[in-house]
Design a protein around this ligand. Structure first.
Ligand code: CTP
Ligand code: MG
Length: 238
């Protein structure tokens, strides 16, 4: 019984707008993917890593991760797909028979605390087939529909029942495989918003449980997030 973490790092980082993929952009002198891999390894509950690399950069990614003294678990690098979902599926194909728990984590969340990784794995090992970390939403959220050159507000969901979802998301391996095979097709056919792996499990009609997220696991999308991450690191070291 082992836990595999799929580290998705094959995106281009178009919103960050650098001339290299986001996972390779440096934070405090190290690429985002390396920060994330070190933190997953440091959790003590991840036995191996599969990293999805951008097209043509599998070699670069392998050199970076396999040689790092802080990534003390076996690392395999595979080429990602054109979408995040395709990248996760490519990573999942590398699971070993003994990997009964699979985590999916975004390299774009480089500062994920080890404690959060442990919380997710513990909940899966306690018997929940799909577990996501989430945080209460602080902004009021409006639902809109297109209306000419503007948008029409059609509803205000009860904020107390809303959560912003993070990674790592954790799964019983068989359930995640089924979700990627059947849930993905069903979600597409029924126009469900399966924008994460848990969404594919929901499309199967299987339960997804939530544990408390952590603000430090925020996602790097823009330059401002990168600046924020460097401040967080400075504060942690000081
Ligand atoms: N990802 C991936 N394969 C893809 C697209 C995304 O492995 N085809 C990964 C990214 O590397 C990232 C995570 O999924 O770690 C979350 O995606 P996102 O934050 O959207 O990253 P990018 O797609 O790289 O950024 P952007 O959408 O701005 O281009
Ligand atoms: Mg993207």
């Amino acid at each position: 019984m082992t836990t595999l973490a799929i580290l998705t790092a094959a995106g281009s980082g178009s919103r960050l707008g650098r001339d290299l993929p986001k996972a390779l952009v440096e934070l405090d002198g190290f690429p985002l993917v390396l920060h994330a891999a070190r933190r997953l390894a440091a959790s003590g509950v991840v036995d191996s890593l599969v990293v999805t690399a951008p097209h043509g950069l599998a070699g670069v990614m392998t050199d970076l991760l396999a040689g790092d003294p802080h990534v003390l678990v076996p690392v395999e690098v595979t080429s990602g797909g054109p979408t995040r979902q395709a990248s996760v599926a490519a990573g999942l194909a590398h699971a070993s028979p003994g990997d009964d728990v699979v985590l999916v984590h975004d390299a774009a969340r480089p500062l994920v605390p080890a404690e959060l990784v442990r919380r997710v794995v513990t909940a899966v090992r306690a018997g929940h087939g799909a577990v996501v970390p989430g945080l209460p939403v602080t902004d009021t959220v409006k639902q809109v529909s297109p209306d000419g050159d503007a948008e029409l507000v059609v509803g205000t969901p009860d904020r107390s029942a809303l959560r912003a979802v993070q990674t790592p998301q954790g799964f019983a391996r068989d359930l995640l495989v089924r979700a990627h095979r059947t849930g993905a097709a069903r979600a597409a056919a029924e126009h469900l918003a399966a924008t994460d792996d848990a969404g594919l499990v929901e499309a199967l009609g299987e339960p997804v449980h939530m544990v408390a997220g952590d603000a430090t696991a925020f996602k790097i999308t823009t330059e401002r997030d990168l600046w924020l991450a460097s401040l967080v690191l400075q504060e942690t070291i000081a």
